[in-house]
Each structure stands twice: as structure tokens, then as C-alpha cells.
Design a protein around this ligand. Structure first.
Ligand code: CA
Length: 137
């Protein structure tokens, strides 16, 4: 399982990355939306965890851009915002789920597991190998 974590706050990023690695995920960390788009283009991820508040492009813009480029990996937005409008905006931009920070670790890991499963059930439904996913309509 390979996960892309997009988070600009160093401490938060290293904490989340360490937690995921302890749970047997491979993790790449991007600290800007621009880096996330580069990695999303080059690597096929099982899930993408995307902070909303990033320097430069916002997480919502990154999510929209990933979807426009045909990246189908399930996306969970990480947000400190409690406004319903922000969550709606994230989901409309192509996110599959969101989690409000600060979050309880057990819930975070459960949601990551659900997110990864969703990616796999999508493959099973589509009946196409992982490598072909990006070109599937
Ligand atoms: Ca942030």
C-alpha cells in the first residue's frame, strides 16, 4: 500500500507519516500542492491524504487538478475547518472523504483502511489491472 501525504506542517506530517509506516504503509510526503501534483503524475498511489490549507495551491485546487489529470486514487481531505461549505467544496472537487483536524488516531487509521479498500473495490468492479486504472474512463 502506497500513500501520498500532502501536508506542509512539518511536525504534523512526520507524525502522520510515522504512524502510517508503523501500520505497514509506504508513505511519500509532499509539502506543497505543486509537489503533490508531480508525484501524483509519476506514482500510482492507493490513497492520497490531502491537507486543505497549503502554501500556494490549496488542497481543494490540488484535488480538482489531480482529477482533471485522470488520477483516480481515493482522496481524503484533512481540514481544520469546520465550515460545511469547505467540506462540500472538497467533495465537489473530487475528494472521497474528509477528516477534521485534530483527529483521533484510531478513527484516522480506520478511515485510511476504508479509503484504500474503496480503491480496490473500484478496481474489482472495473475489472482492470491497477496500471490501467488511469486510462479507464
Ligand atoms: Ca496546512
Amino acid at each position: 500500500m502506497r500513500i501520498l501525504l500532502v501536508e506542509d506542517e512539518r511536525k504534523v506530517a512526520s507524525f502522520i507519516a510515522r504512524t502510517l509506516r508503523e501500520n505497514a504503509y509506504a508513505v511519500d510526503v509532499a509539502d506543497t500542492g505543486e509537489k503533490a501534483l508531480e508525484l501524483g503524475r509519476d506514482v500510482s498511489y492507493d490513497a492520497i491524504l490531502l491537507d486543505v490549507r497549503l502554501p500556494g495551491m490549496s488542497g481543494i485546487e490540488v484535488c480538482r487538478e489531480l482529477r482533471q489529470r485522470g488520477v483516480e486514487a481515493p482522496v481524503m481531505m484533512l481540514t481544520a475547518r469546520t465550515l460545511v461549505e469547505q467540506r462540500v467544496e472538497g467533495l465537489d472537487a473530487g475528494a472521497d472523504d474528509y477528516l477534521t483536524k485534530p483527529f483521533v488516531l484510531a478513527e484516522f487509521l480506520a478511515r485510511v483502511r476504508a479509503l484504500v479498500r474503496r480503491g480496490f473495490s473500484w478496481i474489482a468492479i472495473a475489472g482492470v489491472p491497477l496500471a490501467a486504472r488511469k486510462s479507464f474512463p
